[in-house]
Design a protein. Structure first.
Length: 493
């Protein structure tokens, strides 16, 4: 017997993991169009399935296993109380088409969360509908488009994007039909204000800025940048994915930012979940609330003082961007996280996240290059160009870190740093974990000098070594098929 049989090979005709009780009442035939003549799934027992998925989970790295300093992704620990709250039957077993009277608690929670996020960020209104950060960006930029259209300024067809912005920003602007103009950074890693001044004009729809930016730096000229764009008649969109650095310290709305998205799966500790379901709420200033996706959750107070919650359709809504209300389970988790911490606790989250990042930076900058040598926010970007000169690339260092049981940092991003290693420790790690990471990074720096081949051929201790990323990406094959069928046949179905 193979040590680890794949579930596909275990299939035995007639083997089952469930048993359905014999029906006792009258039979109701299922309409023909809903019935498939065959359902070709592996036929396996319950224990086969459990062992298969447990084994798979052990092959993967996870934040519940060890340190995961993946820059820009805020892989903080997701407290289990979030999960307990989201699994409460009153939240988990309701349906969005239920009569609102029967789901008042869920609506109250969403209304609360809209309000909490607005309060934390300084915006007038927040939609919970978008399912991810990039989805929030698209929602926000569609709102900017409607805003200009309503004012008759349809010539505003350009979005300015600093080169330190996240890659989703220019992608979003292009997807919404805008031209994208890149604004360079200055030598301190801030948006180059002179270049911004040259670029703005009557065709400027918006500046899409990531602040703190992907270098992990607070833009020192942010208020001036906002003024430049506003004076030219444009809006300022802030990519708020890096909000974990400034909770309770700065409210982007107070700075004059017009639109911002939040990543609940980063800052507010809801799971990232392999690409989804995430949640990317969007906050806007007061006069943009009329464009938010519908419906919003509204609080109503009757003449007798009775409070209830219902749905409201913003007057000039951009429409729906997600079925129903977005990923409600994530709203429950984020609500729980915010209530668990309270205002002072959220501020401490950011203070500790920034402290942890600066602690790593201070203990690594003598061994790796630090192109922008400033106090960082929640993350920082090293360059392995010194190691590259010795024949070792960032990718090799990342692979070697796997031998220490650590998920590597983000590599080769941002693009403006050669051989980039973007490190974000988050606030949920102990000093022992941070010290172990420092020791590993310093040991790897030694190895690069003394035995570069050892780093180049890493990892040495993981079950799998270097996978072919490109093939894995292009020829993704996740689907089991019985032997007699092939993918082409399925495509024809
Ligand atoms: C993660 C991230 C995004 C995209 O968010 P998703 O939820 O992955 O779509 C955008 N901008 C920045 C700065 C990010 O870190």
């Amino acid at each position: 017997m193979a040590v680890e049989p794949l579930i596909f090979d275990l299939s035995k005709p007639g083997r089952r993991g469930t048993s359905v009780p014999q029906a006792t009442g009258p039979e109701t035939p299922i309409p023909d169009e809903l019935v498939r003549s065959s359902l070709e799934l592996p036929e396996v027992s319950e224990i086969d399935v459990i062992r298969h998925y447990t084994r798979l989970s052990q092959k993967n790295h996870a934040v519940d296993i060890n340190f995961y300093p993946l820059g820009s992704c805020t892989m903080k620990y997701n407290s289990k109380i979030n999960e307990i709250a989201a699994r409460m039957p009153g939240f988990a077993h309701i349906h969005p088409l239920q009569d609102p009277e029967t789901v008042q608690g869920a609506l109250e929670l969403m209304h609360d969360l809209q309000g909490f996020l607005a309060e934390i960020s300084g915006f007038a209104a927040v939609t919970l509908q978008p399912a991810a950060g990039a989805h929030g960006e698209l929602t926000g930029i569609l709102i900017a488009r409607e805003y200009h259209k309503l004012r008759g300024e349809t010539g505003r067809d350009t979005v300015l994007v600093p080169d330190s912005a996240h890659g989703t920003n220019p992608a979003t602007a292009a997807m919404a039909g805008f031209k994208v103009v890149t604004i360079p950074s200055d030598e301190r890693g801030n948006v180059d204000l002179a270049k911004l001044r040259e670029a703005v004009g009557p065709s400027t729809a918006a500046l899409m800025i990531t602040n703190p930016n992907t270098l992990g730096l607070w833009d020192e000229g942010i208020e001036e940048a906002i003024e430049i764009v506003h004076n030219a008649g444009g809006l300022v969109y802030n990519d708020g994915a890096n909000f974990n650095a400034i909770l309770g310290i700065v409210r982007p709305g107070d700075l004059g930012i017009d639109i911002m998205h939040f990543n609940l799966h980063k800052t507010f500790s809801t799971p990232h979940g392999g690409g989804g379901p995430g949640s990317g709420p969007v906050g806007v200033r007061a006069d943009l609330a009329q464009f938010l996706p519908a419906p919003m959750i509204e609080k109503r107070t009757a003449a007798d003082g009775a409070v209830s919650y219902g749905y409201a359709w913003p007057e000039r809504s951009v429409g729906k961007v997600h079925a129903f209300f977005g990923n409600f389970g994530m709203h429950v988790r984020a609500w729980t996280y915010i209530r668990m911490h309270g205002a002072a606790g959220l501020r401490q989250v950011s203070e500790d996240a920034v402290l942890a990042a600066n602690y790593l930076l201070a203990n690594l900058k003598d061994r790796y290059d630090l192109p922008y040598d400033r106090t960082c926010m929640h993350e920082f970007v090293l360059s392995a160009r010194r190691q590259k000169a010795l024949g070792v690339r960032t990718l090799d260092i990342a692979k070697r870190l796997l031998d220490f049981g650590v998920h590597p940092p983000t590599t080769y991003f941002p693009l403006i740093v050669e051989e980039a290693l973007m490190i974000e420790p988050t606030e949920t790690e102990s000093i022992e974990t941070l010290d172990a990471f420092i020791a590993a990074m310093r040991q790897i720096a030694d190895e690069v000098e003394n035995d570069p081949e050892y780093v180049r051929t890493a990892p040495h201790f993981t079950e799998y070594k270097r996978l072919d990323d490109v093939t894995a990406n292009r020829n993704l094959n996740l689907r089991w098929l019985p032997e007699h069928r092939d993918l082409a046949a399925v495509a024809d179905d």
